[in-house]
Design a protein around this ligand. Structure first.
Ligand code: NAD
Length: 274
């Protein structure tokens, strides 16, 4: 077991990659707190587990008061934190121009297929509201900062050589995807590298994982032809399963990765980006 007797926190753990990570860390011997904006689903992750061993909490990671309150409860229940996985993330915010962008992509493809010179554009930014931009940055970037700060306060209080894994995305390198999302994920890489240096004297390691397209509910927002094109562009020819991303996270969280900090592990089926 890679994480025997460790205490772990996973955000966005109610479904998709986060749920697979929470279950993998538990299988590796950790006690795990599953955080999600959806409280019922966060608690349901542990429906088949030994009662009381793992916990589920409601938490909006974009709200630092919500984050601090939950970490206080976890500190009491577990007696500390050894591992944080910053997984929760969103691809859309309110009035963020996504509908206009996807309509523009579809219309442009149709024009090209009809042999016309395309006049439609995949515009997102010109339709994006302040709120749409801010919400995606608040969850994907500020949320990682709030959770890391709360976790490191607990680790530092007990001089724990912990491990933080931040979920970014291949989008950070390729630029593919909604503009606020790409921006937030690129920022996560800078956050990871900077924090890794800052925390190195405490022996707390900080790494990131870049999943490529992964078969989770977030993908159900995307049009079918876009999913097909995405899969066709991956050398392995398919999306990842959430468990394949979770395996990389378990490695980085564990002492098996004792010399890895400030690094990005790409799990994307072989797509290459400079
Ligand atoms: N699925 C992919 O193809 C893919 C690719 C690259 C990166 N990622 C990243 O992996 C992570 C997980 O993605 P997923 O596909 O499993 O997504 P998902 O939408 O299936 O699950 C995300 C979870 O986060 C929760 N969540 C959303 N906002 C929250 C908030 N403010 N506070 C707490 N919880 C919140 C949701 O309720 C949900 O349970 C995200 O950071 C995503 O950007 C996913």
């Amino acid at each position: 077991m890679l994480l025997k007797d460790k205490r772990a926190v996973v955000t966005g753990a109610a479904q998709g990659i986060g749920r697979a990570i929470a279950q993998r860390l538990a299988a590796e011997g950790a006690r795990v707190a599953a955080l999600d904006i959806d409280e019922v689903a966060a608690k349901a992750v542990w429906a088949d587990s030994e009662p009381g061993r793992h916990l589920g909490f409601a938490c909006d990671i974009a709200n630092s008061k919500s984050v601090d309150a939950v970490f206080a409860k976890i500190g009491e229940a577990f007696g500390g934190v050894d591992v944080l996985v910053n997984n929760a993330g969103i691809g859309r915010g309110p009035d963020d121009g996504s509908d206009e962008m996807y309509a523009g992509i579809a219309e442009r493809s149709a024009q090209i297929a009809r042999g016309e010179i395309p006049t439609a554009h995949p515009d997102q930014m010109i339709h994006m509201s302040d709120e749409g931009w801010a919400r995606v940055l608040a969850v994907n970037l500020n949320g990682q900062f709030y959770c890391a700060r709360a976790a490191v306060r607990l680790m530092a209080a007990q001089n724990i050589a912990g491990s933080i894994v931040n979920i970014a995305s291949t989008s950070a390198a390729s630029g593919e995807g909604p503009l606020h999302y790409v921006t937030s994920k690129a920022a996560v890489v800078g956050f990871t590298r900077g924090l890794a240096r800052e925390l190195s004297s405490r022996r707390i390691r900080v790494n990131a994982v870049h999943p490529g397209p992964t078969n989770t509910p977030i993908m159900s927002n995307l049009p079918d032809d876009m999913i097909k094109a995405m899969e066709a562009a991956v050398p392995l020819g398919r999306m990842a399963q959430p468990e394949e991303v979770a395996a990389a996270v378990a490695f980085l969280a564990s002492e098996q990765a004792s010399y890895a900090t400030g690094s990005v592990l790409t799990v994307n089926g072989g797509s290459y980006y400079v």
